[in-house]
Structure formats: structure tokens, C-alpha cells
Design a protein around this ligand. Structure first.
Ligand code: ADP
Ligand code: MG
Length: 683
């Protein structure tokens, strides 16, 4: 099957002046097809004229007036003030930026229709930056709602309207959904839907159009989501056509690792290992995401996968986003594997040049497992025989970085890991080009973490909790507030917190770790904490990912209301890793807004990361999750992943069907909806 071909004919380019074409290109409009799917943001009702003396209010209205004067003022800033009137009264139109041709159109005596909200200004009724149009005497009113298109500076809505109107008469709006699919899903035809949305017939209800649940909108959104699914799925299938090393274990390395562990695998880990193990033995590259809540035990699964690669005679790479985390992995993996005779190399930006040379040489020769940070993907890093690329906390890496790691081998298998739980519909959208394994079971014997919410003015109590925990032989984290606006301020706050706690705990050792420390300084502090030499670790959010210190049983987070929920969940997951009863104290500064209150309630009441993510999505919308992965999502302009979740499910199945049975339609569908935008998807 041809899954990568671009056989569908290109849509004709837009016929317009070069200057206009340039502006259109700015908003992604290159072809007729692009125009047809450039849909209104909203609609305005210009079918009626409101007399000036009745035009005040929150709703935008249209007035028809004759210009009486037009002057440019320079105080307090440059602006054009236009006085105009109808029979009922006078109105001022104020513009802070304008083109010469607009100034000319608004010269004395011009009759214009202006559309906007009317406010009470210094001179009475006033519109700021209304949309306006010069009209003749007795010019008929439009019968239809006016579509307002997404645009850019200097590109008038009326120009877009004209171009799109033309495209609607000559453009290609033929179906790309198989008829049987369209009927089954009860979706209206494409041409009908596009015509309706660009030129809603007289009498169409504005609210329905704006709510976007009209069948025409659903059709468009479905097509868009389908294009996304087709594109991701096609990329997935294309990669499957490439060959990859067949990694079949030739000895019992994995079994020996298991034997050496102080614990047995959970059922979920066994299932994950079975899936991954069978992927690795295929002649095409694995593209798998291992998702599992904080503490679910992803590392050992990755290590076992690495064992399979190594015992098949290939190298494995293990990349993590921060120096602290990468080093922890390195130490742990070496601990597990070196006794079994495996050579583990370590690459990080902070290596001194001699050590670095040695590690690079090992990577290019005898090392079987190479652990590191972004240092792994730098130029000059050569692998002897990379068969498996593992990326931990994959959402912290960009698309290009994950690709760069893959390029270090000849199409190696790929295992990505993530503890950022995302709800199912989002996952289907973000990860349509991956196979997903979920570790849905925590290792046994974990004591659930207690969560407490404490108001800022009860800090003394918190200090008491910390003392008590340390007296019992435990350790504590104290996480400083996130200050997004200023790293310097964040640092200062961390310093102050450190000094405050230092004063509060005369008998205890207090440590401080933050992003400005040099890598080796950071590691020294973390190592001391891991070794139990530090009782209380004051930290900025650098400890967010992956740190594993089982003796730490108390986590204090200041200004919890400033953190994202998944971030709080990750931080909380730093404790409760050993057999000790653990507590997470969220200190908040009141008064809390409604959303902040709801969010803290969610984290307080839930311990399951997926459930937290689901509820978070409900109150925040998916925009906030976009950081989780770029791929695919920029392709959605109209569909809303939460509101239109059912469409995602449907589209996924249809995409599968079309790629096997209706490939030509699929190609045309992709061309229409993605056109040049498809380049945005890579992974
Ligand atoms: P994460 O999924 O967050 O990366 P880790 O791999 O760091 O989790 O595992 C968390 C802790 O649980 C580690 O100390 C690890 O050794 C331990 N662990 C992993 N699997 C098991 C298991 N099946 N039984 C007991 N402990 C386990
Ligand atoms: Mg981990």
C-alpha cells in the first residue's frame, strides 16, 4: 500500500494581486481549497439599521450616517475623529489606526454604514474602531448575516468575503467522505455545509451559529478531525514500512535482572513488557508510548526492554530531560545492570572533557546502554549499533529532539515514556501515531499519600509537621512558589524560604536546590538528600520530575494555587515512594478565586492522575494540555477536543477504514483540510 504518496491534484492558487496574495499567505491561505475551509469566526447582523439615538448597549449594532467632519488629532495620541449623524442624532467614530484610503472614504458628506458597540463618550454616542462601509443612497440591506473571517492587518473582511464568495461558485467542494460513511454518521454533505456556514440563509439563528453545534459545523469539525487522524495514522503506517532490527533475546539477561530485583513485577508491568517485547521482535520499528502515573514503575519496564535489545546484540539509549533525573536513571540502571556484566555509559553536558571523550568512545564502541540528557543527541555522538531509543518524560522534549535521537541509529525502535496523564480523547488526538501502553496499577505496599490544604497564615503548623517528620527519621521537601514572570524573583523567594526554614530548624540540616545552580552543584545537593544527609530540601520546581528518595515522606508546596494540577500531582508523587506514611501539604494564599478553589479541591480529593487530568480538562479546556505534545493539535482550528470528543472517536475509526479501502479519497481529504499545514506534523 502506498501510504506516503501525494497523488491528489493540488487546488488552484488564489487569483489576486501579488500584494493581496502576500497578505492571504500570512493567514495560511494559498489555494482555492484553503479559502473554502477558511470559516467565519462569528457573524454580524447587518440586515438591520438602528437609529443613533437607540444605539447604546452591549450588543453591536449597525448605524447608517452621513459624515459631517473628519479630523486627525494628536492628543493624547494620534487618532482620527469622525463626526457623523442620522436623523435621530449624532455619533462619533474614533480610530487609532487607519489607512489613507479609509480616511478618504470617511470624508465629509460620505454616507456610511458602521457596525460596532456604541458607548457613551465625551461627545455623546461613540463607536471605537467600527467596521464600516461607504454606501450609496438607498442601498439595499443584505438579507443574510455577515460572516466575519479570521484575518490579518490590512486585509479587509469584505475582501475575504468577496474571494470566498467566488470560490464558493467555482471551487471544488466534492465529497471526500465515502457516501456510506456519511450516511452512517448522519452528517450533512460538504458543499451544503460550507455554503451554509459562509452564507447562512436569512433567518438563521445567530446563537446557534455561534454555539457551533449546527450540523454544518459538526460536518466541518468532523472533516477536520478526520484529516488530523488520517495524517497521524498515515505517518504511523509509513514508518511501519521501514525496516528495523529484529531484537530477539539471545540469552537470559532479562531474567537475570528480574531475579536480582528485590520485588516482583506488577501485572501491569508484565503486560507492558509482553507488548514491548513482541514489538521489538518485529522487523519494523516500534513506536510505543508507555504511560503510567508517577511511581507506576516505568523505569524497570524500560530497563527490561533495553535488556532485550542488548542481549540481541544491539545498543539501547536512555534519554531524560534533566541532569538530575538522567543521573538518577544512570545510577539506578548501572546498579541493576553492571553486576550482570553490562557496560553502561553516561553522557551529560556537565562532563569534563576527558571523561566526555571516554564516554563518547564507549558509546561508539563497547557500551551497551548509554544514559544521558540532551547530550545524547548532540553532533559528534556516534552509536556503534543503536537498536532501541528510550525517551523518558517524552513531553519535555520537542519533536525535533526525539527525531534526532532516532537518527542516531538506523531506524531504531522507539519507546517513549510519560507520567503526564492525559484524558482519553486528548490521547487519541495527540498520540494517534503511536501505540499506547498504560501502566494502570501501582506497585503494592504503597501507603496512600494524605493531602492537606493549609492557609498561608498557618505556616507555623506546617513547620511543626516538618519537625515531627524529621524526628521520626523521615525527610521533607519544601517547594517554593512558582513565579512565572521572573526567574530572579523565584530564586530570591527560594533563598528567603531557605533562610526562614534554616532559622526555624536549628538542629536540622536544610539544603537548597534551584535551577541556577551548576549541574554538579545540583547533583551534590540531590545526592546528599538521597543519602539522608539533608533533612529538609528547599527546592524550586526543578525536583518536579522523577526524583526518587523513598525516605522522604513529607512534601510541602507553597502557593499551591499557582501550580498546574498535573504539576502538583507530579510533585506530590515525590513522596509516598517508600513504606512510610506520607503527607503532602498544599499551602495556599487566600482569597481564592472560584477556579482556584475548584482545582485545589480536585487535587485534594483525587490521587489518580488520570482522574485529575480529566477533571482539570473540564474546568480548564484542552489548551493547557497543548504543552504535552505539539504534534497534530495545531491542525485543529474548529474542533474542540473536549466538546467534540465523540467526533474524535468516530474519526479515528473512519481514518483506519479510509486508509485501507478509500485511499484516493483519503488523499483528497488531506489535501483539502491540511494542504501545506500538514508539514506541522512530524514526530
Ligand atoms: P515512574 O513510573 O514514576 O518512573 P519508577 O520507575 O521511578 O516510577 O518507580 C518508582 C519506584 O517503585 C522505584 O523505586 C522502583 O524501583 C519501584 N518499583 C517499580 N516497580 C516495582 C514493583 N513491581 N514492586 C515494587 N516496587 C517497584
Ligand atoms: Mg520515571
Amino acid at each position: 500500500m502506498n501510504t506516503s504518496g501525494a497523488s491528489a491534484p493540488a487546488s488552484p492558487p488564489i487569483r489576486a494581486s501579488e500584494a493581496l496574495q502576500k497578505k492571504l499567505a500570512k493567514i495560511g491561505l494559498h489555494s482555492e481549497a484553503d479559502l473554502l475551509v477558511h470559516l467565519p469566526l462569528r457573524y454580524e447582523d447587518e440586515t438591520r439599521i438602528t437609529p443613533v439615538n437607540r444605539s447604546f448597549g452591549n450588543e453591536p449594532v449597525q448605524v447608517e450616517v452621513v459624515v459631517q467632519s473628519n479630523e486627525i488629532q494628536f492628543r493624547p495620541r494620534r487618532q482620527m475623529i469622525v463626526r457623523a449623524a442620522d436623523e435621530s442624532g449624532e455619533i462619533t467614530l474614533r480610530f487609532f489606526s487607519f489607512y489613507p484610503n479609509q480616511q478618504a472614504a470617511l470624508s465629509e458628506g460620505s454616507r456610511i454604514r458602521a457596525f460596532g458597540e456604541v458607548r457613551g463618550g465625551f461627545f455623546g454616542a461613540e463607536m471605537v474602531h467600527p467596521r464600516f462601509r461607504k454606501v450609496g443612497d438607498d442601498e439595499p440591506l443584505p438579507l443574510e448575516l455577515t460572516p466575519i473571517y479570521p484575518s490579518t492587518a490590512g486585509l479587509a473582511n469584505s475582501a475575504l468575503q468577496k474571494l470566498i464568495g467566488k470560490a464558493l461558485t467555482v471551487g471544488d467542494m466534492s465529497e471526500t467522505l465515502p457516501e456510506e460513511v456519511r450516511q452512517r454518521l448522519k452528517l450533512p454533505g460538504l458543499a451544503r455545509s460550507l455554503r451554509f456556514l459562509h452564507t447562512p440563509p436569512p433567518g438563521t439563528d445567530l446563537d446557534t451559529l455561534h454555539a457551533r453545534n449546527h450540523p454544518a459545523w459538526r460536518r466541518v469539525k468532523f472533516d477536520e478531525v478526520l484529516a488530523q487522524q488520517l495524517s497521524l495514522r498515515r505517518a504511523y503506517l509509513a514508518r511501519r514500512e521501514q525496516g528495523a532490527p529484529v531484537l530477539i533475546a539471545r540469552d537470559d539477561l532479562g531474567a537475570r535482572l528480574l531475579d536480582s530485583l528485590p520485588f516482583g513485577l506488577t501485572g501491569a508491568q508484565v503486560r507492558a513488557m509482553a507488548e514491548i517485547g513482541s514489538d521489538l521482535a518485529q522487523p519494523y520499528p516500534m513506536q510505543r508510548l508507555l504511560q503510567g502515573d508517577v511511581g507506576a514503575g516505568k523505569t524497570i519496564v524500560a530497563a527490561l526492554a533495553a535488556c532485550q535489545a542488548m542481549s540481541a546484540g544491539w545498543q539501547a539509549a536512555f534519554m531524560a530531560p534533566t541532569e538530575i533525573l538522567a543521573e538518577q536513571h544512570y545510577l539506578k540502571l548501572k546498579d541493576w545492570l553492571a553486576p550482570l556484566g553490562i557496560k553502561v555509559a553516561w553522557l551529560s553536558g556537565s562532563l569534563k572533557s576527558k571523561a566526555k571523550r571516554e564516554q563518547l568512545a564507549a558509546t561508539a564502541a563497547e557500551a551497551q546502554l548509554v544514559v544521558g540528557t540532551h547530550a545524547l543527541i548532540q553532533d559528534g555522538v556516534d552509536f556503534a549499533k543503536l537498536g532501541l531509543a528510550i525517551v523518558d518524560e517524552q513531553h519535555r522534549f520537542g519533536v525535533a529532539q526525539r527525531l534526532a535521537l532516532r537518527k542516531k541509529g538506523d531506524n531504531p525502535h522507539q519507546l517513549m515514556m510519560s507520567a503526564t496523564p492525559i484524558p482519553r480523547t486528548l490521547a487519541m488526538s495527540y498520540y494517534a501515531d503511536l501505540d499506547v501502553t498504560v501502566l494502570d496499577e501501582l506497585p503494592p505496599g504503597r501507603t496512600p499519600i494524605k493531602t492537606r490544604l493549609v492557609a498561608d497564615n498557618r505556616r507555623d503548623d506546617v513547620v511543626g509537621f516538618v519537625k515531627k517528620a524529621v524526628e521520626e527519621g523521615r525527610q521533607a521537601y519544601w517547594v517554593c512558589p512558582l513565579i512565572e514572570e521572573s526567574e530572579a524573583l523565584q530564586l530570591q523567594t527560594a533563598q528567603e524560604t531557605y533562610e526562614f526554614l534554616f532559622g526555624q530548624f536549628p538542629g536540622l540540616t536544610v539544603g537548597l536546590v534551584h535551577g541556577r545552580l551548576k549541574a554538579d552543584e545540583k547533583q551534590a545537593v540531590m545526592a546528599a538528600f538521597a543519602a539522608g544527609e539533608i533533612d529538609v530540601l528547599v527546592a524550586t520546581t526543578v525536583i518536579e520530575v522523577g526524583v526518587d528518595v523513598p525516605n522522604a515522606s513529607l512534601m510541602v508546596i507553597e502557593h499551591a494555587e499557582r501550580f498546574g494540577l498535573s504539576q502538583l500531582h507530579q510533585l506530590r508523587g515525590r513522596v509516598g515512594r517508600g513504606q512510610y506514611e506520607s503527607t503532602c501539604i498544599l499551602i495556599y494564599a487566600g482569597p481564592l478565586g472560584e477556579v482556584a478553589r475548584q482545582r485545589l479541591k480536585i487535587i485534594f480529593e483525587n490521587t489518580d492522575g488520570f482522574e485529575i487530568a480529566r477533571q482539570d480538562l473540564q474546568i480548564r479546556g484542552p489548551g493547557e494540555f497543548v504543552g504535552a505534545r505539539q504534534s497534530g493539535v495545531p491542525l485543529l482550528r474548529y474542533a474542540d477536543l473536549e466538546m467534540d470528543a465523540d467526533l474524535v472517536e468516530m474519526a479515528r475509526n473512519v481514518a483506519e477504514e479510509m486508509l485501507t479501502e478509500h485511499l484516493a479519497l483519503a488523499e483528497r481529504h488531506l489535501k483539502r483540510w491540511l494542504g501545506s499545514r500538514e508539514e506541522l506534523i512530524k514526530s
